[in-house]
Design a protein around this ligand. Structure first.
Ligand SMILES: *[C@@H]1O[C@H](CO)[C@@H](O)[C@H](O)[C@H]1NC(C)=O
Ligand SMILES: *[C@@H]1O[C@H](CO)[C@@H](O)[C@H](O)[C@H]1NC(C)=O
Length: 269
């Protein structure tokens, strides 16, 4: 539905861009903001406080999902990390409007649980090769996580401690090149988001998955050749309606805000 609307706008305004796939300029990025109702009183996990542990936890858990979906292991990029850290310190409850893919999480006790929350959205994704889910608010964090064309990540965190009304730890991860490239009848999702491989984690190489903690190049996990996505030439300009979910206990609330960068500020619904 969303895709149809994107496409019809592009078809109407820029027929030549649709014909030349390399120049598609529409990109969707997602933000997940998750918080606990009560501020955490337990000590902050070493997955946050120890800088090496932080990077390893991000890469190990991100690359586990990537491995399971036949995407290469990504590496750490300090430019992205600096950006993410700086943005997290504002404790601002929305997307940064930056040039990268971005996932946000809030209130999770450790890094691995945060990344798991993003990755577990895969249960709601339809991997059909002809008509996949594509971009949705409910699965956008997962599709960014396992996006084939993404090569690097960098994250930062801040214990917002009530600043701007935000309790708990605010985790910000940036991805480059950005995933969730929308348009062209989900062409980019078909090329970049793959179903879980048979065998699950079997063959996952923790050493290789965390080798990129100090930078480097992505490591192929075999099977499928990484696909490059077109460079984003436009960043977010409009904010769709927030979507909220409350878990069984009512303790955890997830709010997803979808930001669709559209040529003429069309909102998502
Ligand atoms: C790294 O990821 C693998 C697969 O998810 C997991 O079994 C392992 O415990 C993780 N290692 C660390 C140090 O978290
Ligand atoms: C890190 O990311 C930035 C921003 O995308 C890029 O310009 C730079 O080349 C990257 N550095 C490495 C070592 O990959």
């Amino acid at each position: 539905m969303i895709t149809t609307r994107f496409l019809s706008v592009i078809l109407f305004l820029l027929p030549s861009l649709v014909l030349a796939q390399e120049t598609v300029t529409v990109i969707g990025t997602t933000v997940t903001q998750t918080f606990t109702a009560a501020a955490s009183t337990t000590p902050v996990s070493a997955q946050y406080t120890n800088s090496l542990n932080f990077r390893e936890s991000i890469l190990n858990s991100t690359n586990t999902f990537r491995y399971e979906h036949s995407a290469g292991y990504i590496y750490w990029n300090e430019t992205l990390a600096t950006y993410a850290q700086s943005y997290s310190e504002n404790c601002v409850w929305e997307h940064s409007h930056g040039p990268y893919g971005e996932n946000l999480a809030r209130g999770y006790p450790d890094v691995i649980e945060s990344v798991d929350a993003w990755g577990n959205e895969r249960s709601m994704y339809d991997f059909s090769s002809t008509d996949p889910t594509g971009f949705t608010e409910a699965t956008g964090h997962f599709t960014q996580l396992v996006w084939q064309g993404t090569q690097a990540t960098g994250c930062g965190w801040t214990d917002c401690n009530g600043k701007n009304g935000l309790d708990g730890i605010y985790l910000v991860c940036e991805y480059w090149p950005a995933g969730n490239v929308v348009g062209d009848d989900n062409f980019y999702f078909k090329q970049n988001v793959f179903a879980e491989r048979s065998g699950g984690q079997s063959g996952f190489d923790e050493l290789a998955a965390t080798r990129g903690v100090t930078g480097g190049t992505p490591t192929s996990t075999g099977g499928i050749t990484p696909v490059n996505t077109p460079a984003a030439t436009s960043s977010g300009v409009s904010i769709g309606a927030p979507m909220a979910e409350v878990d069984r206990n009512g303790l955890l609330v997830t709010v997803c805000v979808t930001l669709a960068a559209l040529l003429f500020g069309l909102g998502m619904s």
